[in-house]
Ligand binder design. Sequence first.
Ligand SMILES: NC(=O)C1=CN([C@@H]2O[C@H](COP(=O)(O)OP(=O)(O)OC[C@H]3O[C@@H](n4cnc5c(N)ncnc54)[C@H](O)[C@@H]3O)[C@@H](O)[C@H]2O)C=CC1
Ligand SMILES: O=C(CO)COP(=O)(O)O
Length: 335
Amino acid sequence: MARPERIAVLGAGSWGTTFAKVLADAGSDVVLWARRAEVAEAINGSRCNAGYLPGVRLPESLRATDDAAAAVHDADVVVLAVPSQTLRENLAGWQPLLPAGATLVSLAKGVELSTLKRMSEVIGEVADVPMEQVAVVSGPNLAKEIAAEQPTATVVACADHDRAIALQHACSTPYFRPYTNTDLIGIEIAGACKNVIALACGMAVGLGFGHNTMSSLITRGLAETTRLGVALGADPMTFAGLAGLGDLVATCMSPLSRNRTFGERLGRGETLAQAQEAAHGQVSEGVKSCSSIRQLAARHGVEMPITDVVHRVCHEGLQPGPAAAELLGRERKPE
Ligand SMILES: NC(=O)C1=CN([C@@H]2O[C@H](COP(=O)(O)OP(=O)(O)OC[C@H]3O[C@@H](n4cnc5c(N)ncnc54)[C@H](O)[C@@H]3O)[C@@H](O)[C@H]2O)C=CC1
Ligand SMILES: O=C(CO)COP(=O)(O)O
């Protein structure tokens, strides 16, 4: 499959805008759709999306619009960069506009609450396309670092290897190195679960705990994520890769992560509403996905103790201190 000619990125938040910059820097012809006309105008006028990426100058070749039909017109790749829980509704509106045969790419990291579906499953269903047409980009990809052109690797996953190669080509730059993969289940489960583990790590930071606690959460978090992924049919090796361990470490360790920051606020004693207010409208996917992932795990008989306590802290009034004590007090077992 040839390198894509025209790419539309739908969603001009932190990651959508950054990924559009990557594609434009890689020489692709990119149009970025923003919900708000003033955001599109600012990108076209001042080359800046100040609300999400202050201080970042966007490439001259990147065009923005608030007209989704104009954005996707003639696109051979359509990148979906809206929060997981809004993807179904947004995509249903865009579905009649999608060019036949276009590769649909998910940037979102979450599991849908109402259906427990992965984002690629939601896309296949709503857009009514074969799964070979759906791709996922996921990895240790904190938007602000990539927007600053710091060296980063990622994974482009698609069941159709040729499409993955074409997309890999379209987003390769001197600072962004994509690898291909065909394990969508593993890549997406890893991406959704790491947000929940990052919430737990944030809580640990908020409680004043150090690196031993973080490493213990990261390692046991990886174990429970892998258990769920394997139960769903993923390749266990995926969890040792960029979209698995790579993203887990980046998100759990970085103060730039919205999920970790959210967890830190809860760990310091703030309420869910206070932490949400402090996020200024930016999405912390783990707050909702902890519930859908917990349900998915229960459906498949998989134990996910960290995810379980994160859900109960976020939604059932459990306090972070007792949650930590509960994890430590679990039945003793071999590693
Ligand atoms: N920011 C990052 O560093 C990374 C984010 N991601 C994932 O990408 C997805 C999008 O994240 P961001 O761009 O960071 O989010 P964001 O919160 O910065 O932006 C979300 C974008 O979606 C738009 N949107 C459309 N419909 C919406 C609705 N109904 N409700 C709320 N927003 C709506 C917003 O206007 C905004 O442009 C998430 O699933 C996130 O986990 C993945 C890798 C890196
Ligand atoms: O997915 C991310 C990094 O890979 C971004 O994480 P946050 O959504 O927690 O900021």
